[in-house]
Write a protein that binds this ligand. Structure first.
Ligand SMILES: [Zn+2]
Ligand SMILES: [Zn+2]
Length: 286
């Protein structure tokens, strides 16, 4: 029944929700009704994308089951509008023609990360807030699925694992370079390009967006850096499936000069992110 409710809620989203304001496109803010019995949401979205960030799990598993290698990038806070605004700063990512995809509510990192890793909605994986770290009993993440298939796996994170997963992440604490944890994450990813399934979570786009606002030049510069990192990693991945998406988007906020971007609302900027799936170098099972 819960699954049915969740599905219904998501389907409702697909039909009617208005979006909230972007820096370039202005939509009216709409109130979000939140009912404890249906934590997905009670808001509706017009022209919702066909894709969801939960596709990451299903697309990755499908490729692994077909004997393919899979490389996944999760770009924290890389919203659809942010992508469009800074498109000239990401020649590699834009060349892969992203499609819009729907995040989950609330659009915050642990909730969306759990969905990306399990293919489940929050009501089913059990992560609803930043305080939640442990998924529901019986939930299987993509790392466990890959291990069951006998595939080698590496999971690259920033300074913490964010939520508990079946595989301990390789952490990449900031060693004092100019790019937060992004440089360390890139180095750890580069050292693990020989595995069958590599999951890499970059954080800098979100961090810079919180500080400067999602449409600031500083954010574009960080996206350009990560665009270059991803190009290098993809070109050195050899062959297999590559999936690139985000956990949530971001919108500009006012009132705090030290925090000009945020994400937690059911609105277009927070909820819609890019999604890329592509094949590089021919599949592994050819
Ligand atoms: Zn995030
Ligand atoms: Zn954030």
């Amino acid at each position: 029944m819960k699954k049915l409710l969740a599905t219904l809620c998501v389907l409702l989203c697909a039909f009617a929700m208005a979006a909230c304001g972007g820096s370039e496109t202005s939509y009216p803010d709409i109130p979000v009704a939140f009912e404890p019995d249906c934590p997905i949401m009670a808001a509706l979205m017009a022209d919702a994308p066909m894709r969801s960030i939960s596709d990451t799990f299903h697309d990755a598993l499908n490729a692994l089951e077909n004997g393919d290698r899979v490389l996944v990038f999760l770009l924290d806070g890389w919203g659809w509008e942010k992508f469009q605004h800074h498109i000239d700063m990401q020649p590699f990512l834009s060349s892969l023609n992203p499609e819009p995809a729907l995040s989950v509510y609330p659009p915050i990192t642990p909730v969306a990360l759990a969905t990306v890793l399990t293919g489940l909605q929050p009501d089913d994986h059990g992560i609803h807030s930043r305080a939640d770290r442990r998924m529901n009993d019986g939930v299987t993440d993509i790392f466990a699925e890959a291990a069951t298939l006998g595939r080698t796996v590496a999971y690259i994170q920033g300074h913490s694992g964010i939520i508990q997963t079946s595989l301990m992440p390789i952490l990449s604490p900031d060693a004092g370079g100019p790019y937060g944890t992004d440089g360390e994450i890139f180095e750890n990813a580069r050292r693990n390009l020989d595995v069958d399934f590599l999951f890499v979570h970059f954080h800098g786009i979100d961090d810079m967006g919180h500080t400067y606002g999602p449409y600031a030049e500083e954010v574009g510069v960080r996206i350009a850096l990560i665009d270059g990192y991803i190009q290098y990693l993809v070109e050195n991945w050899g062959h297999g499936t590559v999936i690139i998406t985000a956990d949530h988007g971001m919108r500009r906020i006012d009132g705090n000069p030290y925090r000009l971007g945020d994400h937690y609302k059911f609105c277009h900027e927070d909820m819609i992110v890019p999604y890329i799936i592509t094949q590089v170098g021919g599949s592994s099972n050819e």
